[in-house]
Write a protein that binds this ligand. Structure first.
Ligand SMILES: [Zn+2]
Length: 267
């Protein structure tokens, strides 16, 4: 019997998530395109900029981003790893507090301003309740990170996305989770006048029955639940201590392990 931890919710073999930074007003148009095609993603916001000219208003964060995840990006967009720890703490904890008042849920994710971080910074961020942080280091691959505080995306939207998506959808089911993670800034579509790039991508990528469309934190929570499974020595008993149903492959067939149960595979 072969067990593989390679399926997303519903037994789907692949997942797509988008991740956009800085909260400029162009996020409104981007979220509209994503909503039109059923694509989900995460918007990483600097709370000091909300309501300023060129940036999202607080009402827009509540209304326009309702179907997506609101996530942290620091209050004022500094190089966090260059700050004394107490100032980095203030940047992230205050950003969380301000964004949570709008989002109405605990904000647990972030992306690094400028994509920069250090090994010393990561435990400081963890201590603030942050569970993942996206970098800007494109992998061009489809894995999920061992350490979500170093969540390297698949690619920036301007970095060969069409070719990467083709490789993604034609890739056969593998032994591990298959995630396409695209990041960028919505103002790039405005400044480069290429909104058709993301509209075409969302039109092509949306509506597929083999892809789970999820926010960054939904990916994190699911993968964490999947990694919490425990197995008997003979592999016939599989425990899921988490609050989420998870799916695994047993001899190539999808098997749902309901939340909080121990599943027994009949011989
Ligand atoms: Zn930024």
């Amino acid at each position: 019997m072969q067990l593989q931890l390679n399926l997303f919710p519903g037994g789907l073999p692949k997942a797509l998530t988008l991740s956009y930074d800085d909260g400029q007003v162009h996020d409104v148009r981007l979220a509209g395109i994503m909503d039109k095609y059923g694509i989900k993603g995460t918007f990483h916001l600097n709370s000091a900029n909300l309501g300023r000219e060129g940036f999202l208003s607080k009402d827009e964060v509540v209304q326009v981003l309702a179907g997506h995840e609101v996530s942290a990006h620091s209050v004022t967009h500094p190089h966090l790893e260059q700050l004394p720890a107490p100032l980095a703490v203030h940047e992230m904890l205050e950003d969380r507090r301000a964004l949570e008042q709008l989002a109405g849920y605990p904000v647990r994710g972030m992306s690094y301003p400028f994509g920069s971080y250090s090994e010393e910074l990561i435990p400081v961020l963890r201590s603030l309740g942050l569970v993942y942080s996206r970098t800007v280091n494109a992998t061009k691959y489809f894995g999920v990170p061992a350490d979500f505080m170093k969540w390297h995306p698949t690619c920036h939207h301007s970095d060969g996305l069409a070719e990467i998506w083709e490789r993604f959808i034609t890739q056969p089911l593998s032994h591990s989770l298959c995630l396409c993670y695209v990041w960028g800034h919505s103002y790039e579509f405005a400044s480069q006048d290429n909104w058709d790039l993301i509209e075409d991508f969302c039109a092509q990528a949306g509506g597929r029955e083999d892809v789970w469309y999820a926010t960054n934190i939904e990916i994190y929570d699911y993968v964490t639940a999947l990694r919490s499974l425990y197995f008997s020595a003979d592999r016939t008993m599989i425990g899921n201590p988490s609050a989420l149903d998870v799916w695994i492959s047993v001899d190539g067939e999808p098997l749902r392990i309901p939340a909080g149960t121990v599943h027994r595979i009949e011989a």
